[in-house]
Design a protein around this ligand. Sequence first.
Ligand code: ARG
Length: 561
Amino acid sequence: MDYKKYIAEKLQVEGVSSEEIYQAIALPPNTEMGDYALPCFKFAKVLRKSPVMIAESLKESFVTDEVVSEVSAVNGYLNFKINKGGFVSATLDKIFAEGDRFGASTVGAGKTVCIDYSSINIAKPFHIGHLSTTVLGGALYRILNFLGYKAVGINHLGDYGTQFGKLISAYKRWGDKTAIEEGGIRALNELYVRFHKEAEEHPEYEDEARAYFKKIEQGDEECLALFHWFKELTLKDVQKIYEMLDIRFDSYAGESFYSDKMQPIVDELKEKNLLVESRGAQVVDLEEYGMTPCIILKSDGSSLYATRDMAAAQYRKNTYDFDKCLYVVAYQQNLHFKQFFKVLELMGKEWAKDLVHVAYGMVSLEEGTMSTRKGNVVFLEDVINKCIEKAYTIIDQKNPNLENKEEVAKKVGVGAVIFGALYNNKIKDIVFSYDKVLNFDGETSVYVQYTCARASSVLQKAGERNGYTVPELSTVEIDLVKAIAELPETVKAAAEKYEPSYIARYAVDVAQKFNKFYFDCKILAAEDENTKNFRLALTAATLQSLKNAFALLGIGIPDKM
Ligand code: ARG
């Protein structure tokens, strides 16, 4: 049962919708005051009354019942006490009835959301900079599906541009087929780096590269075959990472896929008189909207990133008829998205309003930043493997006799990388630190995983669980039930704000409250059989909730640690 909703619907505030009341209801910092609180200062303006008076009069008109047992007005807050027994058993019953679906809903039924994420560049390193888009997008994909939406995962591959001409030039000059076959992205990247180094002394290589790129575009058989081979090698390499991170796509249509789909966009722009010439290039002037012009065609007639994105947006609308199309891309590209969204709007595409740039902050390693051209990059694969190794060392120290140490280390290490990228509000820049993400006592995935292992172990020791009636409850127990009950709302909010961090924070909050409960209340050695059964049920419900939350983030939970 959603108590906030229950209260919101029962309250009548003139000129304020029950949805607004619902949003305003919060959990008070101190549970002695009540289980939920409505801060009345939010309505002072509309009602032209002081918060204290509003709280008083709302209290007078509120009739308590079997759900809300007490209402009080304190300093402009309206506090509610819930009939705990009913609340607690309803929450646990719901969790057991729904199991893996606890937290799910059907709010998105019939709606399609495209998610453009990860969107790696062919033949370039899959580096730590791609971590956020990959795990954020992956989480949003799972979250939206969990809420009944049809999510379409799209890897908008960066497979278009002169860099492929450069690679062909470098490969023909220095390349070795077997070495590249074996080395994958790393070997391709070395070629790319070498090209840039040597082109400094041989500027003619650059011309050669441009010529090769033209050949790809013109469909030259040999060049096209090399290009496809680079692409295949890259995708094979990244697949390993996607598997570890539990990442899936429904489409790999990348930039080159739109080569033959841009002309209609260009024609339409012309027809609608939106194109102007600027230094030989064709651009859409956006000065009126405070932006630099959006370049559509270069002076040599070649297309740009924005042109391909516009063709892609149109293609997605035609193909998937999306209700929303998300782009999970770093904030460095803010202007790019603002520009082409605006141009589509100016073209009269009513659906331009459904395009959303889900921007996120930078991830850097403690060791420093990187540049693809110079070759000093940090491969994501190396970061993940290092995390797994470190996790193994810690686990081996803590529990040398544990079975499947490798498997556990993998879940812990991969989880640490994912959680490290998802725990903070996505727009924040983060500095990735191995010690921090693997801290067993921090706000980390391993802390949550360890808590789950603790819960599993209690349940295993107990064996079969029996029925119970809700006993006299401590604040610690009630706080835990309230925390786990928040999952459905948390998942919805995460989808609405494109913030998987809400779910990560939910998990840490639940784990902290469970540990308090675990140390404060005897579970297996409870005062009586009924209390023991209740506490076991609470333990099982906690574990289920944490499993569901972590599944949405793409993080596994070991049974034992
Ligand atoms: N490949 C691009 C990059 O690494 C990201 C593409 C994002 N998606 C898009 N539709 N523009 O910067």
